[in-house]
Design a protein around this ligand. Structure first.
Ligand code: PLP
Ligand code: CA
Length: 304
């Protein structure tokens, strides 16, 4: 095998890896569930890890639900012992960033969805109201709120040209922050369909504003800092398990975590090997340390 990384995990190696780690960070979609279906064995793996004294966290770029809705989803899909405090979404972390890091003095203009709005409200971050479009409203006369000091872009199924135009106007001011919940380009849906991700909407606004957004979700280190500031994790004793090389694995590399790619989601073994064996040095951070078919491969090591 050329390069390093992409080691297929089996038997005793899995046990040794788990013995060496105290914290396990799971990506959600593509690792522990696909849409509304749990990955077979994933609920048992999470429970057994906890019974073995491991600390378990969930790190998702999906900004569409507030944390409390995730608790319901976990329970609906058979994960019986997951607490709200263990769930770190790009919506929750974006609100934490605006409150604790940016210490926003003013309002945030949001291109996003209910999950983002709820987390901002819970964090006490003021949001610029989106008034219903008046008849005759246009990019020439739609009202702009002078208190807006940040623009946050996330997943928005009601994205419009008008929202893009407004955000673009706010970003003319260099003092206005430009944040993105996550850079995800697209997501798989059932039946072979895909939906455009937040990253595609962010890209539109980046072009329109000639600015680059600060990304909050994976692969940015901020999500790990968010968990770490609450739970004090040692990166060397932490494992990141994900299905997307460019977000989950790069996030793990950026934070100094050991990384595992599972093949139940977006990225393939071939893509991982192409990064490993390719010429681009910056792609090496997308190479996982280990590869496994599914998180269910942890079961044997945990059941003994
Ligand atoms: N954002 C949206 C809107 C999604 O639908 C998904 C996956 O379904 C994600 C992000 C990615 O979530 P995760 O980071 O858990 O894979
Ligand atoms: Ca994923």
């Amino acid at each position: 095998a050329r390069g390093t990384g992409c080691v297929t995990l089996r038997g005793a190696q899995i046990r040794d890896l788990l013995d060496a780690k105290h914290n396990v960070l799971f990506d959600c979609d593509g690792v522990i569930w696909n849409g509304e279906t749990a990955v077979t064995g994933a609920p048992e793996v999470v429970s057994l890890l906890k019974q073995r004294g491991k600390r378990v966290f969930f790190v998702t770029n999906n900004c569409t639900r507030p944390r409390e809705n995730y608790v319901q989803k976990f329970s609906r899909l058979g994960f019986t012992d997951v607490a709200e405090e263990e769930i770190f979404s790009s919506a929750y972390c974006s609100a934490a960033y605006l409150r604790d890091v940016a210490r926003l003095q003013g309002k945030v203009y949001v291109i996003g969805c209910g999950g983002v709005m709820k987390e901002l409200r819970d964090a006490g971050v003021p949001v610029a109201e989106e008034e219903d479009a008046e008849p005759g409203a246009s990019i020439y006369n739609c009202p702009l709120d002078p208190d807006v000091k940040a623009v946050l872009v996330g997943y928005d199924e009601n994205f419009t040209f008008m929202k893009l135009a407004k955000a673009c106007c706010y970003l003319r001011s260099p003092e206005c922050l430009f944040l993105a919940t996550d850079p995800d380009p697209w997501h798989p849906l059932r039946g072979g369909r895909v939906t455009p991700g937040s990253g595609s909407l962010t890209a539109a606004l980046e072009t329109a504003s000639s600015r680059k957004a600060t990304v909050i979700g994976k692969p940015s280190r901020f999500m790990f800092e968010c968990i770490s500031s609450q739970f004090g994790l040692d990166p060397a004793r932490s494992l990141m398990i994900g299905d997307r090389l460019e977000t989950d694995v790069l996030f793990g590399s950026n934070c100094g975590l050991t990384t595992v790619l599972t093949l139940t989601g977006v990225s393939t073994l071939e893509e991982a090997l192409a990064y490993r064996d390719g010429q681009e040095p910056q792609q090496k951070d997308c190479v996982p340390d280990y590869v496994m078919e599914s998180v269910a491969d942890f079961l044997q090591a945990l059941e003994e």
